[in-house]
Design a protein around this ligand. Structure first.
Ligand SMILES: [Zn+2]
Length: 249
């Protein structure tokens, strides 16, 4: 998709792949919400002009020139005041899970600006001290919110099978909540008490900052991460390796 004029944009680094001895292919989420890949020549050399601007999960101001197949990054500077994720294994795993969702749900070169601001807000919260349970909550909320923005909103209030308001089950492949009658016809429906239904609703509706300061039992948070993983997998039919790894932490 590296056609047309050069593009100057703020972008979040979602992935990096080594290329030859000194270069990197950087996968960027640009501020218009598009996923773009660019070659950063010499980025792995000590003293590279790109410096920290091409590191994972950083927010940078980049200049992308069209190349033969990918963009070529001709300039990159860190954006001042952008979130810096703690160099902590659990935080980085949560960020990788979020990046995994965005990459799975995006088409290269196209996007929605709301996706950029959703990732920026999630990373902002991940840059504050959080325990594993809250990291699970943030990643789960990110996944449900992202999918809702892109047209796959989980139905939680009425049965997706018959419209009944008496919902006690949840099934990602069916599209959300189910009554007992409809759940009996689904093989792997998940029993959903009122407590956990409230959690799913909170993941969809509450801002990340509010979730980050809400008390949560580690069991509920880990369950939320697994439900979010199921939800994205069921809608997009993808593996999501990093998210699966993070949900098992
Ligand atoms: Zn039903």
């Amino acid at each position: 998709m590296a056609r047309g004029p050069a593009k100057r944009t703020v972008a979040i680094v979602l992935d990096t792949t080594k290329l030859a001895e000194r270069d990197l292919i950087v996968t960027l989420l640009t501020e218009d919400g598009a996923l773009e890949r660019a070659v950063a020549k010499g980025a792995r050399k000590g003293g590279s002009r790109f410096g920290a601007a091409c590191e994972l999960y950083r927010t940078s101001d980049v200049l992308l020139a069209p190349g033969r197949t990918l963009f070529v990054m001709t300039d990159a500077r860190l954006v001042e005041g952008a979130p810096m994720l703690l160099r902590d294994f659990e935080v980085l795993s949560a960020a990788a899970a979020i990046a995994d969702c965005v990459k799975a749900a995006s088409v290269e070169g196209e996007g929605e600006p709301v996706v950029f601001s959703l990732v920026a807000r999630a990373f902002e919260v991940l840059s504050t001290p959080l325990d594993l349970a809250h990291l699970h909550l943030i990643a789960a909320a990110f996944a449900f919110k992202l999918m809702a923005m892109l047209g796959w909103r989980a139905e939680l209030d009425v049965c997706v099978g018959c419209g009944s308001g008496d919902v006690r089950w949840f099934d990602a492949r069916s599209g959300g909540a189910l009554c007992s009658g409809c759940a009996a016809r689904v093989e792997e429906a998940e029993l959903l008490g009122e407590h956990r239904r409230r959690w799913l609703r909170a993941l969809l509706l509450c801002p990340f900052s509010e979730l980050a300061s809400s008390p949560v039992a580690p069991g509920d948070a880990a369950w939320a991460a697994r439900m979010a993983l199921d939800w994205v997998r069921a809608q997009l039919d993808v593996g999501l390796k990093s998210f699966a790894f993070f949900a098992e932490l």
